[in-house]
Design a binder for this molecule. Structure first.
Ligand code: IUR
Length: 458
């Protein structure tokens, strides 16, 4: 492959893509190598990304791009006997989404190995790493050797991405961000699936959200992304499926880093909110089925549920905390439900302005106010206040009387102001009755080219 690369020239490659011609495997290799070796100018990378954004890529091109990105850095290696048990999940992000904190230990309790590589929050969705870092001592920086050690002893870990894992994504993502080329299916697939590929997984479940609080408002757009990701994941040799899940209301009752840890622990004890537990058991059930640990989705789902009820998932969570730097005493106290996390100094309850049944709680305005109060970040290196958050005292489907407290907000500095209170009040929708189905509406499975769509209801 290297010998003929002298003939490749970047302006010519950009012209090809600009004119909607497919790039060869050799050209894609050369492009990704040039990105990491800095032999391609940033303006050329930007031009190529825009050409891809406007003209798209064939599945073949996207698979090649993803493979090249995956091998641009370290690819994690596991003992042979683990190969069928390596699983992970990726979510497109939602308000109050704390699924990873519960799912990783529940899967470990079912015998899987879960090398979960997560991100920090940016924009309106909270990051899994921020939630975990609200636990004093929790360390997200683990080397591949340390990850392997934790997987050997505990079975799951939740860590940050290291600089040597998929360096091409870091570079490309930075340039996508400033060239309006984030929203491109091939580039999104390359970014997400290359990182999962570098984890050397057997099976992957994607939680692709749609609705008011999601990146994709429309289910058809979410389905298109999900199908694309599933096809690319499959072509990289990972058994991949996607759940389409509704993101209209926050997930669970708690939003905000440390409050979400507390709610996750409730869920790990089988006492979590129904929507959160349903999402965990659905995603986990599919993973167990896909990696062969359960004979069917239904069996997988009930296995996950059992680990929440019998304390095994909570034990794994506690062990993971200790393996990642939390003292044994603190991990034990936290899992026993003791009030050990730092709490915000100020709290205020809002009262319902009308009576009826809660039909919706718009998640984006809640996230926006929490962001302003310091729960989230706008710049990647900004500090967050882990104590800032919201407890929903009423959720969708609950009966509420005029004057009932429905939301408790935790804040410090800055203080909650009047216009933020109005925004929060407007996010509560009260009506007469509500249809409240499961969050997951569809499971997307691999579809080879030309094959008729064969997706299942849940
Ligand atoms: N998450 C990623 O890891 N990559 C992307 O391109 C997007 C979300 I959009």
């Amino acid at each position: 492959m290297c010998t003929s690369q002298e003939h490749i020239n970047i302006p010519e490659m950009i012209r090809k893509k600009r004119d909607k011609q497919p790039l060869s495997a050799e050209e894609i290799h050369y492009f990704v190598q040039g990105v990491i070796n800095q032999t391609i100018q940033e303006c050329q990378i930007g031009a190529m990304l825009m050409a891809i954004r406007l003209q798209g890529m064939t599945l073949e091109e996207t698979v090649k791009l993803t493979q090249e990105m995956k091998i641009s850095g370290v690819v994690l290696e596991w003992p042979k006997e683990w190969s069928s048990t390596m699983v992970d999940k990726h979510s497109t992000g939602g308000v109050g989404d704390k699924v990873s904190l519960v799912l990783a230990p529940a899967l470990a309790a079912c015998g899987c190995k879960v090398p979960m590589i997560s991100g920090r929050g940016l924009g309106h969705t909270g990051g899994t790493l921020d939630k975990l870092e609200s636990i004093p001592g929790f360390n997200i920086n683990k080397s591949p050797e340390e990850v392997k050690q934790i997987l050997a002893t505990v079975g799951c870990c939740i860590v940050g991405q290291t600089a040597d894992l998929v360096p091409a994504d870091k570079k490309l993502y930075t340039i996508r961000d400033v060239t309006s080329t984030v929203d491109s299916l091939p580039l999104i697939a390359g970014s997400i699936i290359s990182k999962k590929g570098a984890e050397s997984l057997a099976a992957l479940i994607l939680d692709v959200k749609f609705g008011e609080g999601a990146l994709y408002k429309d289910i058809n757009d979410a389905r298109e992304l999900a199908q694309y990701l599933v096809n690319v994941g499959d072509r990289l040799g990972i058994r991949t499926a996607a759940a389409l899940s509704k993101m209209d209301n926050p997930i669970g009752r708690n939003i905000g880093n440390s409050l979400e840890v507390i709610e996750s622990i409730e869920c790990l004890k089988g006492k979590g909110p129904k929507d959160l537990e349903g999402l965990v058991t659905c995603l986990g059930g599919h993973l167990l089925h896909m990696c062969g640990k359960a004979g069917s989705f239904k069996t997988g789902e009930s296995n996950i549920k059992e680990t929440l009820q019998n304390g095994c998932a909570l034990d794994k969570f506690q062990a993971m905390l200790v393996a990642q730097g939390v003292t044994a005493d603190l991990a034990k106290a936290l899992c026993a439900g003791k009030d050990v996390l730092k709490r915000a100094v100020k709290r205020e309850e809002l009262k319902a302005e009308a009576g009826g049944v809660v039909q919706a709680i718009h998640s984006l305005p809640l996230a926006k106010v929490l962001h302003e109060l310091g729960a989230g970040r706008t710049q990647p290196d900004q500090a967050v206040n882990w104590t800032v958050g919201i407890e929903l005292l009423k959720i969708v489907g609950d009966q509420v009387n005029k004057g009932d407290p429905w939301l408790r907000i935790h804040f410090e500095d800055p203080s909650l102001n009047e216009s933020q209170k109005i925004i929060l009040q407007h996010s509560l929708v009260i009506g007469k009755k509500v249809e409240n189905g499961p969050l997951v509406t569809e499971i997307i499975q691999v579809q080879s080219q030309g094959e008729k769509r064969h997706n299942c209801p849940v």
